[in-house]
Design a protein around this ligand. Structure first.
Ligand code: NAD
Length: 510
C-alpha cells in the first residue's frame, strides 16, 4: 500500500544543468487532490529566471557539444533517456498522482509507455534527410536542408504532465533544438524529476531547462525574443493568448487545446462494448481529459435501454484514493476545476437537462479531504445547450438522441471543437465511411481514448493548430532551407548590372 510522506517538498528551478531557487523567492503551494493538504512548494520563476533559462538554451543551441553533436548521437541520448524513464516509471507515476489525483494505475500505465516516445524519435534523429532537386538551370545545383529552429518553449497542462511534455520534447530534441519547459503550476514535480534524468542520460547543460510558475511565467517565456518555437497544450484562453503573442513576433507555434468530443452509438453496435467505451471515454481520469467523450450521441431505437445500462454500470464506480488499486474514479485535480464542474452541473439542470445519475459533489467515508464529483449523466440534452457545447473537463456526460446517420453526423460536427470522436457500430460500411465525415483530429471506431507515438494527434477548429506524434511531427521542429549552388563562372541572375570593362575603368581613373 502506498504511504504518503507528510513532508512538504520544496522544488527548484532547473536552469543550465543546475537546480536553483527562484529569483522571486515565492512559491505556489501544490495540494494533493486526495488529502487536500499542501504536499509540494513550486517556485514561481522571475522574469530574470526565464531570461537565464532561455539564454542557457540559446547558448546550448549555438555553441558547445549539443550544437556539434551528430544526429546519431542525439538519438542515442534519447534512447538512454527512455531507459531511465522506464527504470523510474513508478516514482514518476507517484509524483503525478500526488499532483493531479489521477489513478496510480493510469499514471503507471502512462509512465511505462512514455519511453516509446524517446525511443521512436531517437530513432528518427538521424533519418532527417534533405534532398537534391532535379534542377532547372544549367550549372545550378539546388538542394534542401532541414535544420533545427532554435529555442523551443514547451508549455503543458496539469492533467497528463509528462506525456504531453514528452510529445514536444522528444521530436524537438531529435531535430536538434533546445527546450525550456514550463509545466503547470499544479503539476511541476514530475517534470523537475525528469530534468535530472536528462542530466543522467548525458544531455549537455542548457539543452533542457525547466521554469515553473503560472500563466505569467508562461507569458514571459513565450514573449522572450530568443524563443522561436512555441508548443502549447492547455485551455482555449491560454491558447488564444499564446497564439496572439506568437503572431506579434511571427514565432512558429502549435496548439493542443480542448474538446467536446462526440461518442456516437448506433443501434447495430455491440452494446456491452459501447457501454464500457462510453463510461471509459468520459469517466476515466474523472473526465479531466481533453479527448473526453462528453457528448454521447445515442440512436433513438436503443436510447432507453442504453441509458439504463449506462447508469447501472456507471453507478458501480468506486470513488476514493487514487493510489488504491480498487478505486475507479479519483478526486478533481484543483479547487477551481471542481467549482467549474459543479457550476456546469447547475447550468445543465437550469437548461432543462434531466440528471439521471450523480449531479453534484460526492461525500462519504474516505472522501473527506479531496474534491470529488459523482459520475453524472444528463439525458434530454439538445446540442444547443451550453452543457453540450462547452468543455466541462469533469465526470459529466450529456446524452443526445439522434434518429439517422445524417443527423448523427450533423450533431457531431456542430461544435466549435474538433479534437476527437468515437463511433460504435458493427456495420463495416459505416466503420469505413463515417470517419471521413467527422470533423475531428482523431476518430476511434469501436474503441476510445487510444493514442500512440505513431499516430498524429491534434485538433480541427478550436481544438488547436498542428499535430503532435507520428513521423511528420518532427517536421514541426525543423526549418526547410533551399541552397542554390552555381558550379559555373558568371552570375546567372535575371538582373545583372553591366559593369564597365577593366580598360574603361583604368582610362577613367587616369
Ligand atoms: P491552462 O490553459 O490553464 O494552462 C496550460 C498551461 O499554460 C499551464 O502551464 C499554464 O500555466 C500556462 N498558461 C496559462 N496562460 C498562459 C499564457 N497566457 N501564456 C503562456 N502560458 C500560459 O490549461 P489547464 O487548465 O492546465 O489544462 C486543461 C486544458 O488543457 C483543457 O482545456 C484541456 O482540454 C486542455 N488539454 C488539451 C490537450 C490536447 O492534447 N489537445 C491535452 C490535455 C489538456
Amino acid at each position: 500500500m502506498y504511504v504518503r510522506s507528510k513532508e512538504i517538498e520544496t522544488l527548484s528551478l532547473y536552469i543550465d544543468g543546475r537546480s536553483r531557487p527562484s529569483g522571486t523567492g515565492t512559491y505556489f503551494d501544490s495540494n494533493d487532490p486526495y488529502t487536500g493538504g499542501v504536499w509540494s512548494r513550486v517556485p514561481i520563476a522571475s522574469a530574470e529566471d526565464v531570461d537565464q533559462a532561455v539564454k542557457a538554451a540559446h547558448r546550448a543551441f549555438t555553441t558547445g557539444p549539443w550544437a556539434e553533436m551528430t544526429p546519431t548521437r542525439r538519438g542515442r541520448l534519447l534512447h538512454r533517456l527512455g531507459d531511465l524513464v522506464a527504470a523510474h516509471a513508478e516514482k514518476l507515476g507517484e509524483l503525478e498522482v500526488r499532483d493531479n489525483g489521477k489513478l496510480l494505475a493510469e499514471m503507471l500505465g502512462q509512465m511505462r509507455y512514455l519511453p516509446e516516445w524517446f525511443y521512436y524519435y531517437g530513432g528518427l534523429a538521424d533519418k532527417i534527410e534533405g534532398s537534391v532537386t532535379p534542377g532547372e538551370r544549367p550549372g545550378m545545383m539546388h538542394y534542401i536542408r532541414y535544420e533545427p529552429i532554435g529555442v523551443v518553449a514547451a508549455i503543458s497542462p496539469w492533467n497528463s504532465p509528462l506525456v504531453l511534455t514528452a510529445w514536444k520534447l522528444a521530436p524537438a530534441l531529435a531535430a536538434g533544438n533546445t527546450v525550456v519547459v514550463k509545466p503547470s503550476e499544479y503539476s511541476s514535480a514530475s517534470m523537475l524529476y525528469l530534468a535530472r534524468l536528462f542530466e543522467e542520460a548525458g544531455f549537455p547543460p542548457g539543452v533542457v531547462n525547466v521554469v515553473t510558475g503560472g500563466g505569467k511565467v508562461g507569458e514571459a517565456l513565450v514573449n522572450h525574443p530568443l524563443v522561436e518555437r512555441i508548443a502549447f497544450t492547455g485551455g482555449e484562453a491560454g491558447g488564444r493568448a499564446v497564439y496572439q503573442a506568437a503572431a506579434k513576433a511571427f514565432k512558429r507555434v502549435s496548439l493542443e487545446l480542448g474538446g467536446k468530443s462526440p461518442n456516437i452509438v448506433f443501434e447495430d453496435a455491440d452494446l456491452d462494448d459501447a457501454v464500457k467505451g462510453a463510461v471509459a471515454g468520459v469517466f476515466a481520469a474523472a473526465g479531466q481529459t481533453c479527448m473526453a467523450g462528453s457528448r454521447l450521441l445515442v440512436q433513438d431505437s436503443i436510447h432507453d435501454e442504453f441509458v439504463e445500462r449506462l447508469v447501472a454500470f456507471a453507478e458501480c464506480a468506486r470513488l476514493g484514493d487514487p493510489m488504491h488499486d480498487d478505486t475507479d474514479i479519483g478526486p478533481i485535480a484543483t479547487r477551481p476545476q471542481f467549482q467549474k464542474i459543479l457550476d456546469y452541473i447547475e447550468i445543465a439542470k437550469a437548461e432543462g437537462a434531466q440528471c439521471v445519475l450523480g449531479g453534484g459533489r460526492a461525500e462519504g467515508p474516505g472522501l473527506e479531504g479531496g474534491h470529488f464529483v459523482r459520475p453524472t449523466i444528463f439525458t434530454g440534452v439538445t446540442n444547443r445547450m451550453r452543457i453540450a457545447q462547452e468543455e466541462v473537463f469533469g465526470p459529466v456526460v450529456s446524452v443526445i438522441r439522434f434518429k439517422t446517420e445524417e443527423e448523427a453526423v450533423e450533431i457531431a460536427n456542430d461544435t466549435l471543437y474538433g479534437l476527437a470522436a468515437g463511433v460504435w457500430t458493427q456495420s463495416l460500411d459505416r466503420a469505413i465511411n463515417l470517419p471521413a465525415r467527422l470533423r475531428a483530429g482523431t476518430v476511434w471506431v469501436n474503441a476510445y481514448r487510444v493514442v500512440s507515438y505513431l499516430a498524429p494527434f491534434g485538433g480541427f477548429k478550436n481544438s488547436g493548430i498542428g499535430r503532435e506524434n507520428g513521423k511528420d511531427a518532427i517536421r514541426e521542429y525543423l526549418e526547410a532551407k533551399s541552397v542554390f549552388l552555381n558550379t559555373r563562372r558568371g552570375v546567372p541572375s535575371p538582373f545583372v548590372m553591366r559593369l564597365p570593362s577593366v580598360e574603361a575603368q583604368v582610362s577613367r581613373s587616369s
